[in-house]
Design a protein around this ligand. Structure first.
Ligand code: F6R
Length: 240
């Protein structure tokens, strides 16, 4: 992987937003892989300026994951987050941006439907990734198969604790999610993993230089030929 150490989140956001803008200028119907959580926010904040004057009407997007069983209109559902942080500020066509369907009826088919939709769009050009403190990417928690496809997973206690900050209490954090699989993520043409803060240092070191192991799902990026890792000094601090 190419490792880029930046001064702060804003610099990371501008760097990645500029790359996305280059992609969209070259390919107006580019397919973006969208992460949620705190990490990608500086990218989404920098994008409107980078995309000024660029036609985004044909851009497509696929979110990484969604909570299962949370009301889709709940402000912390990833459908709501993607609408609020990405679709509206960038002026994307909402019908061209998909989030996995976390509603219960038919959930056993939602993963296959999602992978089929990604394939039909021609695959993801640039996948934005964060990483969990336990090394997950998407919501592929430790033990996830590198061949996995979009499917329902159980969130670890650690991830529910980490994400409790978005809810009133940990009890409100759903137990399950639907996430692109590691196999799905690895099919994107360019992976851009971002991480900030000392809390991510061990996960970043494991993903970039540790053994390739499903115990640290982020290490799957080592199997991909085109990866850019953008980190601040603190998140880079455990790298050799
Ligand atoms: C979010 C996702 C997760 C997060 C990870 C880090 O769509 O797939 O892998 O990227 O949990 O979360 P933050 O960025 O909130 O620290």
């Amino acid at each position: 992987a190419e490792i880029v150490i930046v001064e702060n989140r804003e610099a990371a956001g501008e760097l990645v937003a500029a790359e996305i803008a280059r992609l969209i200028r070259a390919r107006p119907d580019a397919v973006l892989g969208l992460a949620t959580g705190s990490t990608p926010l500086p990218v989404y904040e920098a994008l409107p300026a980078e995309l000024a004057g660029v036609d985004v009407s044909q851009v497509r997007g696929f979110a990484l994951d969604e909570y299962v069983g949370l009301d889709p209109d709940h402000p912390e559902s990833y459908r709501s987050v993607i609408r609020r942080e990405v679709i509206e500020p960038l002026g994307l066509d909402p019908s061209r941006v998909r989030v996995p369907d976390g509603s219960l009826p038919g959930i056993e088919h939602h993963g296959d439907d999602y992978d089929a939709a990604i394939a039909e769009a021609g695959g993801v050009d640039l996948q934005i990734l964060g990483i969990g403190t336990d090394g997950h990417i998407g919501f592929n928690e430790p033990g996830s198969s590198f061949a996995s496809r979009t499917r329902v997973k159980t969130l670890t206690r650690q991830t529910r604790e980490d994400n409790a900050r978005f809810f009133e209490s940990i009890d409100e954090v759903p137990m399950h999610c639907i996430t692109q699989g590691l196999g799905t993520i690895l099919e994107a043409r360019h992976l851009v993993l971002l991480a900030f803060g000392a809390g991510k240092a061990d996960a970043v070191a494991g993903a970039v230089e540790g053994p390739v192991t499903s115990s640290l799902p982020g290490s799957a990026i080592q199997l991909h030929p085109h990866v850019t890792v953008v980190v601040d000094e603190a998140a880079a601090s455990a790298l050799a």
